[in-house]
Unconditional design. Structure first.
Ligand code: ADP
Ligand code: MG
Length: 760
């Protein structure tokens, strides 16, 4: 039996899914596969594992496994469920790539989808699980899709063995036909249970105009207006990335400062006086005297998008009605917003996936008395985390996406419009605890042009890591796999070719066109090297480097480089817009300082040729020498969270390497010595072997070409010139041959993670 506290019990009873416990459990008892759809916040993630636990699915040694596409969700949901059930983390645990707290006693296990895929490689039948819940299936992350495909085969196999496994697929939207209507996937259509949303109405307000670039400024103005003029209730802002989130947080904190110890009086007193003050302040402004926005609590509605009746509730055409939240308040007014107003404290919190976990957890705690909560988030707040007490959503309508060229793998981060489905999810966040409002900073006409749903991830990115994993599961004809949505054939062919080039797949025994045709049939079996590579939890190119590094005692260095390349974003982001001249000067000084430090890490003489990878090696080495402290990272421009992840991944890769080659007897000394010259030479060869298809050559006879080729490099796959990124230590060196970790497109095609090599 589970002993929950009365408060928890009360909170649970408010969740819509609790009323459906019996329906859900009967469906699960009667069917091997069940799909549950319910709005974000209806209680799927936190409650369904508890239903299963109480129904005995975790007794007699079985485990209830739940996969999440996002690490944030796996960690925070395991903590929440442990707390609700009054159970220790030894029983309700999590595992993400770099860390976890799973024990022998674990009965409910939250994990990322990638973690479960790895487990399938070790034990195809997933024997230790009684139930697998695939959560957030609507996100259509690549690994979630593949898991559903694999589990569609594992469930019947387990049934045959007399050890039945239950599969539960959970989605925040009703769009599940890719799973239900796909007979190759599930020959018997699984039942779909719909949990009625106990969602309060949310009034959607479209902007009349759509700001094309300064949507961040528009968010700022909107939050100021809401905070000054509308009744209590949290505000959630959707922006696209970390830098934007921070800069808006800073602006808002400056405009509405909150001092930690300003809450002298009793809580209620304080709240009253803030309310009074707000009225007073508003009444002082001539234009706002007459009509403070009247929000009619009986008349909330969700505007169907096609009505196109923008700003209906607050519409007005004379400036006496200063209450119109969308009314352009004129030039003078924005200056006023920037002025600091400490009588209306706003409790501003950032939320994005790279944020340190203890800072992420803050959004679940109540805002200090007398303040209003304002969370500035990226799309992590869309469906995976439900922030309590949000009444107003401000939606920029945009998200940052990593877009890939499916064949060349060149990626770029682009700020794109979200899909209509995402915009609806964002709006829904405002109606969790009471009726709410969503302010869309774009017009309804623009909304109508959004794509309906975003395409599944698997159809949009290179798939070589996935294909290697599948081949390791002896799925040779990848093309016959029951994908919920198959990746495009050219992406499959590109992956197969790369894996053949890396030696991970057995080469078809002929040459030329025929060989290509065979590769295009996607049926090459895995090679022994490929099997070794597949055991390393990193991309195939990096796995190849690990597999090659047994000589010259290079393994600890390769492991470190591969870990750093896998974790990415080691260095503090300084490319952000500065709020003031003073800040701009500070940023500039910091940038110069960190550049200096990186030069030192890059080493001297022949060491320098390893380029950015040497910098990574130096950064990790120096950081470990300091004990990997937060202070060291801050002083040296490193992201502490990334450095901790690198440390964990190094440990994990060391274990993986040791279990492959028992004789290696490797042990990663956190404090490694710098490599010798001979080792660096060898490392460059290893790097070339892994990144061989990422080779670029400085253009020859440059003076005869047109200007766009100045300092340019040529690669095999791309027509256009590529350049060494200015942040690279080789930016000024311009070696003849380089390999790169990735090409990112911004204003030009830039190579990042660059090393000089000498191909034969
Ligand atoms: P769903 O999976 O259907 O989106 P969840 O089970 O995630 O719903 O959330 C149910 C409720 O639990 C939400 O109201 C949410 O605010 C609350 N909740 C989730 N995590 C926490 C937490 N760490 N602290 C407090 N409340 C939480
Ligand atoms: Mg959920």
């Amino acid at each position: 039996p589970v002993h929950r506290t009365p408060e928890i019990q009360e909170a649970r009873l408010k969740l819509p899914i609790l009323a459906e416990e019996q329906v859900v459990m009967e469906a699960i008892n009667d069917n091997p596969i069940v799909i549950i759809c319910g709005e974000t916040g209806s209680g799927k993630t936190t409650q369904v594992p508890q239903f299963l636990y109480e129904a005995g699915y975790a007794s007699s040694g079985g485990i209830i496994g739940i996969t999440e596409p996002r690490r944030v969700a796996a960690v925070s949901m395991s903590q929440r469920v442990a707390k609700e059930m009054n159970l220790s983390h030894r029983v309700v645990s999590y595992q993400i790539r770099y860390e976890g707290n799973v024990t022998d006693e674990t009965q409910i296990k939250f994990m990322t989808d990638g973690v479960l895929l790895k487990e399938i490689q070790k034990d195809f039948l997933l024997s230790k699980y009684k139930v697998i819940i695939i959560d957030e299936a609507h996100e259509r992350s690549m690994y979630t899709d593949i898991l559903i495909g694999l589990l569609s085969r594992i469930v019947p196999l387990r049934h045959k063995k007399g050890l039945p496994l239950k599969l539960i697929i959970m989605s925040a939207t009703l769009r599940v036909e890719d799973f239900t209507a796909n007979t190759r996937l599930f020959s018997v259509q699984p039942p779909v249970i719909q949990v009625d949303a106990r969602q309060f109405p949310v009034t959607v307000h479209f902007n009349k105009k759509t700001p094309l670039d300064d949507y961040s400024g528009e968010c700022f103005r909107k939050v100021c207006k809401i905070h000054r003029m509308l009744p209590a209730g949290g505000i959630l802002v959707f922006l696209t990335g970390q830098a934007e989130v921070h800069s808006l947080c800073r602006r808002l904190r400056k405009a509405f400062p909150y001092q930690k110890n300003s809450t002298a009086g009793g809580e209620d007193d304080r709240e009253d006086s803030v309310e009074e003050m707000r009225k007073f302040k508003s009444s002082r402004k001539r234009r706002r005297v007459l009509t403070l926005p009247k929000i009619d609590l009986n008349n909330y509605s969700v505007l169907p998008p096609d009505e196109g009746d923008e700003d209906r509730d607050f519409d007005s055409d004379d400036d006496a009605a200063g209450s119109d939240l969308d009314l352009d308040l004129g030039d003078g007014d924005s200056g006023e917003d920037e002025k600091s107003d400490s009588s209306l404290p706003l409790y501003v919190l950032p939320l994005y996936s790279l944020l340190a976990p203890e800072k992420q957890a803050k959004v679940f705690r109540p805002a200090p008395a007398g303040t209003r909560l304002c969370v500035v988030a990226t799309n992590v707040a869309e469906t995976s985390l439900t922030i309590p007490g949000i009444k107003y959503v401000v939606d920029s309508g945009r998200e940052k996406r990593r877009c890939y060229d499916r064949v060349t793998g060149v990626s770029s981060f682009r700020v794109c419009w979200v899909s209509q489905a995402s915009a609806q999810q964002r709006a829904g966040r405002a109606g969790r605890t009471e009726p709410g409002h969503c302010y869309r900073l774009y017009s309804s006409a623009v909304f109508m042009d959004f794509e309906k749903f975003s395409a599944p991830e698997i159809t949009k990115r290179p798939v070589e890591d996935l294909i290697l994993q599948m081949k390791a599961l002896n799925i040779e004809k990848v093309i016959n796999f029951p994908f919920p949505s198959p990746p495009p054939t050219e992406a499959l062919a590109a992956a197969e070719e790369l894996l053949i080039a890396l030696g991970a797949l057995k080469e078809p025994p002929m040459t030329g066109r025929l060989k290509q045709q065979l590769a295009a049939k996607l049926s090459c079996p895995i090679s022994p090297l490929g099997r070794v590579m597949a055991t390393f939890p990193v991309a195939p190119r990096y796995a190849k480097m690990l597999a090659l590094s047994r000589q010259q005692q290079c393994l600890p260095y390769t492991i470190t480089i591969v870990s750093a390349m896998t974790v990415r974003e080691l260095f503090e982001e300084l490319d952000r817009p500065a709020g003031s001249e003073e800040e701009a000067a500070q940023l500039k000084a910091r940038r110069a300082r960190f550049l200096q430090i990186q030069k030192v890490w890059a080493g001297q003489g022949p060491m320098q040729k390893l380029g950015d990878l040497m910098v990574m090696l130096g950064a990790v080495g120096a950081c470990e020498y300091s004990g990997c402290t937060r202070e060291f990272c801050e002083q040296n421009g490193l992201r502490h969270k990334a450095m901790l992840e690198i440390r964990r991944l190094r440990g994990q890769l060391t274990t993986a390497v040791n279990s492959v080659c028992r004789d290696a007897g490797l042990y990663v000394d956190p404090k490694m010595e710098p490599p010798t010259e001979a080792q660096v030479t060898y490392l460059r060869q290893i790097v070339l072997a892994g990144l061989g298809d990422h080779l670029a050559r400085r253009v020859q006879a440059e003076e005869q070409l047109d200007d766009k080729w100045k300092n340019a490099y040529k690669t095999a796959l791309l027509e256009d010139p590529v350049f060494i990124h200015p942040s690279s230590v080789l930016f000024k060196e311009l070696p003849e041959f380089v390999v790169y970790q990735e090409i990112v497109e911004t204003t030009k095609l830039y190579m990042k993670g660059v090393s000089a090599v000498e191909p034969e």
